[in-house]
Design a protein around this ligand. Structure first.
Ligand code: G1P
Length: 319
């Protein structure tokens, strides 16, 4: 990728190397949520609706992700959007006529639910411009993020709020001022769906040092069965690395490739992985999305009892 293409003026004439790393201590205050994907796997449902707006039980998937960022202490959220994302943007707006109607009816429960998304966080939007891959989407956040560490949350991975992964990752970042990537063990035959990490142990049981990363390897070439799940705490150096990237897998600029540069020592600091063994729901795949709805549905305060009872009978009818 041409560094000049981003127009952020990082390189000066004659300069062909990445600038030296800073020793700055960065607190994490911002979250970036790439949401520019076309949702091809969910067609035709996503023909005119963003995949991030597909509901999980009774809330659009994107709302869970914003809630997770806020719960981890990051109320400044930048969502990178693309074509057909108008509904997603509207979801975070207030709707005065609807709110007034609910208020007139005295339906305070629904009123609270409707207002929740617009009051949740300080949500900003930026268009990706061109669909050039996850690395490119994250690179677009540069001006908003500035020279700070920040979190990236991918909407296809839903992390259960009872297992706070991002908070742990920020804790590891804050203690050591390093880049942190979430990893999870997956069956070896599924590594081709993920970024995959080569790792070494550290003194902490749930933390590993990442020595290499490869985007969606064939199972026989994979360095491990530790998959990158969609949570990252990145230092601002990542932006220069992204701007120097060559197209990777699928001809796209891959975030995994940028992280691999760091892991291989292009940065002065190690890249750490936090190994997650909590509840994660894959909402980017149709069958997994249905499972996520059932898993969270049976635990829903209002809907759970009815769903549970029906499911028990339904499962018997399948036997
Ligand atoms: C992206 C990343 C991949 C990561 C995955 C997690 O892939 O490129 O490294 O493992 O998210 O969900 P995608 O699923 O968007 O193709």
């Amino acid at each position: 990728m041409s560094r000049a293409a981003h127009g952020s003026g990082v390189l000066h004439p004659g300069e062909d190397k990445l600038p030296a790393m800073t020793n700055q201590t960065c607190a994490v205050t911002k979250a970036v949520i790439p949401a520019a994907g076309l949702g091809t796997r969910f067609l035709p449902a996503t023909k005119a609706m963003p995949k991030e707006m597909l509901p999980i039980v009774d809330k659009p998937a994107i709302q869970y992700v914003v809630e997770e960022a806020v719960a981890a202490g990051l109320p400044d959220v930048l969502i990178i959007t693309g074509r057909n994302k108008e509904n997603l943007i509207s979801h975070f707006d207030s709707v005065p006529e609807l709110e007034q109607t609910l208020q007139n009816k005295g339906d305070n429960f629904r009123l609270r639910q409707v207002m929740e998304a617009s009051e949740l966080a300080d949500v900003h939007f930026l268009r990706q411009g061109q669909p050039l891959g996850l690395g490119h989407a994250v690179g677009r956040a540069r001006n908003h993020v500035g020279n700070e560490s920040f979190a990236v949350l991918l909407g296809d991975d839903l992390i259960d709020g009872r297992d706070p992964l991002l908070r742990r990752m920020i804790e590891v970042h804050d203690a050591q001022q390093v880049t942190v990537v979430a990893l999870m063990e997956v069956p070896p035959e599924q590594v081709n769906l993920y970024g995959c990490a080569a790792v070494e142990p550290t003194d902490e049981a749930d933390v590993v040092r990442i020595t290499g990363l490869v985007e969606k390897p064939n199972p026989e070439d994979a360095p491990s069965n530790l998959a990158v799940i969609g949570r990252y705490v990145l230092r601002p150096e990542i932006f220069d690395i992204i701007e120097g990237l060559e197209p990777g897998r699928g001809g796209e600029y891959q975030l995994t490739d940028a992280l691999n540069h760091l892991a291989l020592g292009e940065g002065e600091r190690p890249v750490l992985g936090v190994i997650f063994d909590g509840r994660r729901y894959d909402t980017g795949d149709r069958a997994e999305w249905i499972k996520a709805n059932l898993l969270l549905g049976v635990e829903h305060e209002e809907l759970g009892p009815e769903l549970r009872e029906w499911l028990v009978g339904f499962v018997k009818s399948l036997a």
